[in-house]
Design a binder for this molecule. Structure first.
Ligand code: NAD
Length: 242
């Protein structure tokens, strides 16, 4: 019998990461979520009942030592990592002329450097296995830009370049890497925007609603299953960027 696929999802406590964790554990994969800060004991136990492990994998993906500890813990406990989903992300929206260097750097650190840190460490394990699959969560903001998101769109565009390079470097060793560019998805990240701005977006979306985190989780699941897709960016945005 083949052993279960080991999946690591960064920033998996809520939103898209949590929806992906639930979807993949229902597909008989062993799902480990990294959370920025430890979950409440009750919450961690509840997730464990659903086959989602969080204890021991807390940390900041932009911190190299945290990233090392998370990956080492997985290898010590399970021996391999089959799928990495670089999902952790933040926004600090402001128009560029009002944005401080700190605000620019903070977003680059978590979104882009966090993705680099985790990819670098996990790809070493995947190279030894001669197989693996990395899925990076980018954004339509990284493909098309978005007012107020100079830092965020730069970080998400960087993820696209990193994805394509990872795909080119990894292919010879059986490693695939793709990105998903979600549009407006119904999570805390979008709820942070004013109601007026949310409604403005809904009016521009041809399908007339925000996406559900589960719809991004479905795309992640598809990218894991299809062995012939690599180096691609899949937009999932209800038609917003048509
Ligand atoms: N919601 C959207 O409309 C949307 C659109 C495009 C892309 N995305 C991307 O999807 C991903 C998930 O976002 P979401 O919508 O679920 O938002 P969310 O705010 O619900 O989730 C983000 C997660 O990242 C974690 N995180 C933040 N900083 C971290 C760090 N330094 N180390 C580890 N974890 C950290 C948070 O704790 C949280 O669990 C992000 O990369 C985001 O940029 C979201």
């Amino acid at each position: 019998m083949m052993s279960k696929k080991i999946v690591l999802i960064t920033g998996g406590a809520k939103g898209i990461g949590l929806a992906a964790a639930k979807k993949l554990s229902s597909k008989e994969m062993k799902v480990i979520i990294n959370t920025h800060t430890p979950l409440e004991e009750k919450e961690a136990k509840e997730l464990e009942k659903q086959g989602i492990i969080s204890n021991g994998f807390e940390g900041d993906v932009s911190n190299e030592n945290d990233a090392k500890r998370i990956v080492e813990n997985i290898i010590n406990m399970y021996g391999h990592i089959d799928v990495l989903i670089n999902n952790a992300g933040i926004t600090k929206d402001k128009l560029i002329f009002r944005m401080s260097l700190d605000e620019f750097e903070d977003v680059l650190k978590v979104n882009l450097i966090g993705t680099f840190n985790m990819t670098k460490l996990v790809i070493k394990c995947m190279q030894k296995q001669r197989s693996g699959n990395i899925i990076n969560i980018s954004s339509i903001s990284g493909l098309h830009g978005n007012i107020g998101q100079g830092n965020y769109s730069a970080s998400k565009a960087g993820i696209v370049g990193l994805t394509k390079t990872t795909a080119k470097e990894g292919a010879i060793r059986g490693i695939r890497c793709n990105a998903i560019a979600p549009g407006m998805i119904d999570t805390d990240m979008v709820h942070k925007m004013s109601e007026q701005r949310q409604n403005e977006f809904i009016n521009q979306i041809p399908l007339g609603r925000f996406g559900k985190p589960e719809e991004i989780a479905d795309t992640i699941s598809y990218l894991i299953e299809n062995n012939y897709i690599t180096g691609q960016v899949i937009t999932v945005d209800g038609g917003l960027t048509i």
